[in-house]
Design a protein around this ligand. Structure first.
Ligand code: HEM
Length: 149
């Protein structure tokens, strides 16, 4: 999986501060949109914990900080993938989350989100999603186990 382009990275670096300044509000709204628009995703969360928006935002922030070297967060992603597999998260759920995230960003950051910025955040989410999906797919297909015997 190829990392995002130089141009995308430049836009991300220029715009990330506006996301971090309101991260929990944005990710909190993201889950509201997700559950409203795609109610099937609500059932994946056995008990939706109030800190989930923060946990999600932290994972995004950590990956933004390691944009140039995502391998440093491999064990972090294995932990996330384990939780996802346990909960039954599948490849088809990722675009739903992308839609909810971008909609929440548009709603809350409004004019500051021009089309180029949105495209950069979408490309980056897609990259991160692919890293998780690959690992989870391997597990579902039985080619790589995420849980010890
Ligand atoms: C790039 C996309 C995503 C990131 C960065 C991400 C990140 C995370 C993180 C950090 C956790 C907590 C892991 C832990 O507690 O150790 C988590 C758990 C979880 N995520 Fe995701 N996630 C993503 C996509 C999705 C999608 C698409 C869904 C389904 C719609 C989903 C559903 C869940 C569920 C059900 C849990 C378990 C929550 C629990 O412990 O009760 N995630 N995710």
């Amino acid at each position: 999986m190829e990392n995002v382009s130089e141009e995308t990275r430049r836009i991300l670096r220029e715009t990330e501060h506006m996301f971090w300044s309101r991260q929990s509000e944005v990710t909190g709204r993201m889950y509201e949109i997700l559950f409203e628009k795609y109610p099937q995703t609500r059932d994946l969360f056995e008990d939706f914990k109030p800190h989930q928006p923060n946990v999600f935002a932290t994972a995004l922030m950590a990956h933004m900080l390691s944009l140039d070297d995502p391998d440093t967060l491999l064990s972090f992603r294995v932990g996330i993938a384990r939780k996802h597999v346990k909960a039954g998260v599948r490849e088809e759920h990722y675009p739903m989350m992308a839609d909810a995230l971008i909609t929440a960003m548009r709603e809350m950051l409004g004019d500051r989100m021009d089309e180029k910025t949105i495209a950069a955040w979408e490309a980056w989410y897609q990259f991160l999603a692919c890293l998780l999906i690959e690992r989870e797919r391997d597990h579902y297909q039985g080619t790589r186990r995420l849980f010890p015997e």
